[in-house]
Design a protein around this ligand. Structure first.
Ligand code: IVH
Length: 670
């Protein structure tokens, strides 16, 4: 290769790796596997060592990665937030161990920790109070996301310990438990939002949200793994972990001291299997020299400490053959391609199918018929195809062509501008959409109809008993047909009909959610019900009027307008009205979010940091609590902000009424 070509190749690698870094850190949408990224980075390091004269100053080898989002205040880290060197095999680890021994001798120990797959966070406490929470950003500056981080229950807002430094910084990883991820991601899919690829991305996307109220609805968690302060309080990392645990910080229990590399290898081997039983994702193990003085002796490179390294697990991965691509049509008409695979054993389960997400993913993989593919599985998440083994591609294999028509009803598929999914628009004539909509309507969060389940709905539809939600309310006239259905005894029929009858009392916001209007999820339905009060007002509201409602944006407003522009929908609502369903909220009634504050009374006083008094009042009432006009013995809580009137405080103290702040109130309702 000529010098010119070498330089060109190195620059191209810098560009490519920087793009991947940007996708990972800023967009929270990774476009390359970690392992592949590290391999490419190693290659670049090799070239930079060989040709230092061509090294590009923008090279990712010179930066930690990451970037800063515009909409947060940027904060300089007191101690730069570096990254860790990655290893993937025993030899790399032995090399690391040798480097450490060369520098500090043989008298030391390691701490082994899990490597949590989330995003790193720096928490600064001043005089015991959580003053700032900052993302890693580019390593030297990050985003101030304090309000969002304060929604994480396990992170203390106050540390009330003697002997803690005036100022200290504690670092850790924010993540989302897999179960929460799967539940929330499914909800996103159900209301037509693009699902996140994994819990890490969901957590990263959440921490970067502008609205902390939204963040509080997405449960995040955190493990802390590092303490920094001007004056060193402890001699070892282990001692720090033990102490911060006592101060009230969440520290992972699966941490151990290791005397040598064999110990470490045993820890790694143990977690290679056991990691799938954890409730959260880890992508490796972190190994740290325990003693701080020895850490200092070892020091840092430009990017990472010399006293720590990570061992990354390769995702459980196997090769298999793509048999065919099939397409699922969801309730909203969104079409999802699914890879049907030759069955193969992967991380203890037989895999037959993998998600392909959308048409872009098929293109990205450049998937051809009968391709041999690599399938990967992380935790409980549905396996996915990571790449094709091109060496095994069959000669003249045809590329997978995305379906042009709905596999269920034959309508032409449409891709709306700005969306990744193709849609079947035949919502009232496409079987899985019809069945999906009825299933949604009877679901727990909507009408919660006892005695009816998804399978029964499917069955009733197949038998021609129902074709829309209105038909549920005519089932009582079809006793003869119902009796013919296998395994559906008299008692079941009675229960079901009773459940259907009772559903007529469900409040307006539940009915509204049950209608399945695109983008109208549970929360949006509550906001709309509160904002418009009646279905007629909703149907007649202009775009501007809709957008004026709290939390309703243009996308939701347009979807509502579209829904009510269809005469079939209006006719269905009219029918449901005649059946006695609730299409308005009772005057002065606030749709309940929960009954967590039932029978509890509150007085709100003072000025608050995160909410207005009016907002706090709504939160209390939405959760079943009552606001009292003054302090009396009947009062359960005084929600106290800054500058509260001294007489109120005195009276409350005399009556022994507990004072709570806005965070404590939020905890009570979450
Ligand atoms: S210690 C100098 N400990 O991994 C960096 N990091 O690849 C010290 N991570 O940015 C970090 N679990 O976000 C450390 N137990 C653990 C970790 C951990 C996950 C993340 C962290 C860091 C990245 C480095």
């Amino acid at each position: 290769m000529s010098d010119f070509e070498v330089k060109k190749q190195m620059d191209a690698m810098v560009k490519e790796l920087n793009q991947h870094t940007y996708n990972y850190y800023v967009l929270a949408m990774p476009t390359i596997e970690d392992y592949e990224f590290d391999k490419k980075l190693d290659e670049l390091v090799g070239l930079e060592n060989k040709y230092p004269e061509f090294a590009n100053p923008n090279s990712p080898t010179q930066k930690v990665g990451g970037d800063i989002t515009k909409n947060f205040v940027s904060v300089q880290h007191k101690w730069p937030m570096l990254s860790l060197g990655n290893t993937y095999n025993e030899q790399d680890l032995r090399d690391f161990d040798e480097r450490v021994r060369k520098a500090i001798g043989d008298d030391f120990e390691y701490v082994c920790e899990l490597k949590f797959d989330g995003l790193s966070i720096s928490l600064t406490y001043e005089n015991g109070k959580l003053a700032r929470a900052v993302t890693r950003g580019d390593g030297s500056k990050g985003d101030d996301v304090t309000n969002n981080i304060k929604t994480i229950h396990s992170i203390p807002h106050w540390v009330k310990e003697q002997n803690i430094p005036d100022t200290f910084e504690i670092r850790g990883e924010v993540f989302m438990h897999r179960a929460a991820f799967e539940k929330l991601n499914k909800e996103r899919e159900e209301i037509g939002e693009v699902p996140y690829a994994n819990p890490r991305n969901f957590a990263a996307g959440t921490v970067k949200m502008q609205d902390s109220k939204e963040v509080s609805k997405r449960p995040l968690d955190c493990f802390l793994y590092g303490l920094n302060s001007e004056k060193q309080l402890f001699k070892t990392h282990w001692e720090s972990l033990e102490n911060v645990k006592k101060w009230g910080f969440p520290v992972c229990e699966h941490t151990q001291i290791s005397q040598n590399i064999d110990d470490i290898l045993a820890f790694i081997a143990q977690w290679e299997e056991k990691r799938f039983k954890l409730s959260y994702d880890i992508d490796g193990i972190v190994i740290k020299v325990n003693n701080y003085a020895q850490q200092q002796e070892l020091g840092f490179t430009a990017k990472s400490p010399r006293w720590a390294i990570s061992y990354k697990y390769k995702a459980a991965e196997v090769e298999t053959v793509l048999e065919k691509v099939t397409y699922q049509v969801g309730r909203t008409g969104a079409v999802t391609p699914v890879a049907n695979l030759e069955p193969v054993l992967l991380a203890g389960t037989t895999v037959k199918r993998a998600t392909l997400h959308n048409a872009d993913e098929i293109k990205r993989l450049n998937l051809h018929e009968k391709d041999t593919v690599y399938v990967e599985k992380g935790g409980e998440i549905i396996p996915k195809i990571i790449k094709v083994n091109l060496d095994k591609r069959i000669a003249n294999a045809k590329p997978i062509a995305y379906v042009t028509h709905c596999p269920e009803c034959g309508s032409r598929l449409v891709r709306k501008e700005g969306e990744v999914a193709y849609y079947c628009l035949n919502e009232d004539g496409c079987p899985p959409q019809i069945v999906g909509k009825i299933q949604h309507f009877i679901g727990r969060k909507a009408m919660n109809i006892d005695g009816l389940g998804d399978e029964t709905i499917e069955n009733f539809y197949q038998k021609g008993l129902i074709a829309n939600i209105g038909d549920l309310y005519t089932l009582h006239t079809k006793a003869q047909e119902l009796k013919q259905i296998e395994r559906f005894g008299e008692k079941s029929i009675e229960n079901m009909l009773k459940g259907i009858e009772q559903s007529k009392q469900m409040p307006f916001e539940k009915v509204l959610f049950g209608l399945g209007i695109r983008y109208v999820g549970e929360t949006v339905a509550k906001k709309l019900a509160k904002g418009v009060k009646t279905i007629n007002n909703l149907a007649n509201a202009s775009l501007e009027e809709l957008i004026a409602i709290d939390e309703i944006g243009i996308r939701i407003a347009e979807s509502i307008k579209e829904y009510f522009s269809k005469t079939e929908h209006l006719a269905q609502i009219e029918f449901l009205k005649t059946e006695g369903l609730q299409f308005e909220i009772k005057e002065n009634s606030i749709p309940l979010q929960s009954d967590k504050l039932n029978e509890k009374t509150f007085v709100i006083s003072g000025v608050f940091e995160k909410h207005s008094r009016e907002e706090l009042k709504i939160i209390i009432e939405e959760n079943g609590g009552k606001i009292l006009s003054g302090i009396s013995a009947k009062l359960n809580y005084l929600v106290a902000g800054d500058n509260m009137g001294p007489s109120k405080l005195e009276k409350a103290t005399k009556l022994n009424i507990p004072l709570i702040d806005e965070d404590e109130l939020m905890k009570m309702v979450e």
